[in-house]
Ligand binder design. Structure first.
Ligand code: NAP
Ligand code: MG
Length: 493
């Protein structure tokens, strides 16, 4: 395993991956990504237009229809996925360095993301060997029914910048296990790591055209993928607003869709919890990846009897956050991803103040040694938040936490569910009745009890209720999203 973590001294020039070839955009145009920690160039990528996307879709369609992958023996698909897991582990140092610079996340978090992605390929390599249908014979004596599963076809994948390697892997691994072919469009801010992933999958033995990567603006080429008549399914992760646009575009040829969207997840603290563990859970719940996490625990309802004690501990812990260069091993929080995101977070901090919430810590841009050229925001805790305030209802996607109080289980449940989102929630308690009443009552795709952010396990299904999405990724259900079911009915004669 190489652990080389040299920063890129000059921006790397990347090409797209289309039909096994590395290609620039037909127009020759490119775009650049700047490191959000210091404004220096990280990478230059082809600025694709719809004509480039059409080439990639045609390649994926040909590859699918030829059967070289969709009809390959399960063992072949297993072997490729296993090799991808091995390569990710072998190349974790350089990949994590690139990831840290593209996103602005601390290097050890980037290493963790690549390691989790490797686990996903390993898991679905196993699943690829164990795909099976049913036989249904008991209803009439002279007939046999079989169900067989077949790959859904060509899949367009549109992914965000916050976990650019992991989230596309949640899609690629099951899609490849199922036998689908793919055109992936990463977020422009983080295109390089997806291109590298495409290279790794190709080198692991995926035939030409099975995985294609196109880079460019979502509003143009993402939209084109979502509308494309030769694509069978769109798998999207991103904001709820863009998810709705993708859904509308996908209606044109009734594509299958899966959507992993935003959240405003409650992290609920009961008085009988292990308080020190819950403080750590609240801390990582909001500050991981500078709060740019769909499942961030951005609302913190605390039982009124322990609120002051809990908040004091959390504020003290928050003072230990070390903002800085993602490649500095002492950094625990990096910058936010770009100027737009920075402006959005500042806007919400202002809205919190205007609506009467009180910043106990943070509440503005972070300045200080080495931070001047970067987009750093102080970790911020607002007290006195009502659940109808803007900062409690809208996804901020930054290190901004809203503290609120409740009196009893019923009020906690009401608060938890008073949101258009339903991605995740956590409950901290040692009482099994409280834990189960909350876990069953909360309308969200994941509920943790005495934990936060452990959803990356490839074995557990992941996805949202309400406006947090459609469908599930990971686990057995993650595979089903890439399969059609065919019913074969045989009459004996
Ligand atoms: P975003 O703005 O919705 O973008 C997501 C992807 O969609 C990007 O690749 C983007 O391309 C593309 N896109 C933009 N407009 C499009 C259009 N009209 N048609 C098709 N594609 C289009 O989200 P983001 O800013 O990257 O990420 C933050 C959001 O993602 C948050 O809301 C967060 O909650 C959500 N998220 C959800 C999960 C989950 O699993 N539920 C996980 C992570 C993030 P460009 O950016 O290149 O233009
Ligand atoms: Mg965006």
């Amino acid at each position: 395993m190489t652990t080389e973590t040299k920063p890129t001294s000059e921006a790397t020039t990347y090409q797209m991956l289309i039909d096994g070839k590395r290609l620039p955009a037909k127009s020759g145009l490119t775009f650049e990504r700047l490191n959000p920690a210091n404004g220096e160039p990280v990478g230059t990528y082809p600025l694709a237009d719809t004509v480039d996307v059409d080439l990639a879709v045609a390649a994926a369609r040909r590859a699918f229809d030829s059967g070289t992958w969709s009809n390959a023996p399960a063992k072949q698909r297993h072997d490729v996925l296993r090799k991808v897991a091995d390569s990710l582990r072998a190349q974790i140092g350089p990949l994590a360095t690139m990831l840290a610079q593209e996103v602005g996340k601390p290097l050890n978090m980037a290493i963790g993301e690549i390691a989790m992605a490797a686990d996903v390929y390993e898991y679905f390599a196993g699943v690829a060997l164990d795909m099976r249908g049913e036989s249904i014979t008991q209803f009439v004596p002279d007939a046999v029914g079989l169900t067989v599963h077949e790959p859904v076809g060509v899949v367009g994948m549109i992914t965000p910048w916050n976990f650019p390697v992991l989230l596309v892997s949640w899609k690629l691994a099951p899609a490849l296990a199922a036998g689908c072919t793919v055109v992936a469009k990463p977020a422009q801010l983080t295109s390089g790591t997806t291109i590298e992933l495409g290279r790794i999958i190709q080198e692991a033995g995926a035939p030409n055209g099975v995985v294609n990567v196109v880079t460019g603006p979502g509003s143009k080429i993402g939209q084109h993928l979502a509308e494309h008549p030769m694509i069978d399914k769109i798998a999207f992760t991103g904001s709820t607003e863009v998810g709705k646009a993708v859904m509308r575009a996908a209606a044109s040829n009734v594509k299958k869709i899966s959507l992993e969207l935003g959240g405003k997840s409650p992290n609920i603290i009961f008085p009988d919890a292990n308080i020190d563990a819950a403080v750590v859970g609240a801390f990582f719940g909001i500050y991981l990846n500078a709060g740019q996490v769909c499942q961030a625990g951005s609302r913190l309802p605390i039982h009124e009897s322990i609120k002051d004690e809990f908040v004091e501990k959390l504020v003290n812990f928050t003072k230990t956050v070390k903002l800085g260069d993602p490649l500095d091993p002492t950094t625990t929080m990096g910058p936010v991803v770009d100027q737009n995101q920075f402006n959005t977070v500042e806007h919400y901090i202002e809205a919190g103040k205007q609506e009467g919430a009180r910043a106990l810590i943070g509440g503005s841009r972070a300045t200080g040694d080495g931070l001047a050229k970067g987009l750093f925001i102080q970790p911020t805790i607002f007290d006195g938040v009502r659940n109808d305030m803007t900062i409690a209802q809208e996804e901020i996607f930054g290190p901004v936490l809203s503290v609120m109080t409740f009196k009893d289980v019923d009020e906690a449940l009401q608060l938890a569910n008073d949101t258009m989102y339903g991605l995740a929630a956590a409950v901290w308690t040692r009482d099994i009745n409280t834990a189960l009443k909350m876990a069953k009552g909360i309308r969200a795709g994941t509920v943790w009890v005495n934990a936060y952010h452990t959803a990356g396990l490839p074995f557990m299904p992941y996805g949202g209720y309400k406006q947090s999405g459609i469908g599930r990724e990971l686990g057995r259900q993650g595979l089903e999203g890439y399969l059609e079911t065919k019913a074969i009915q045989i009459k004996l004669s």
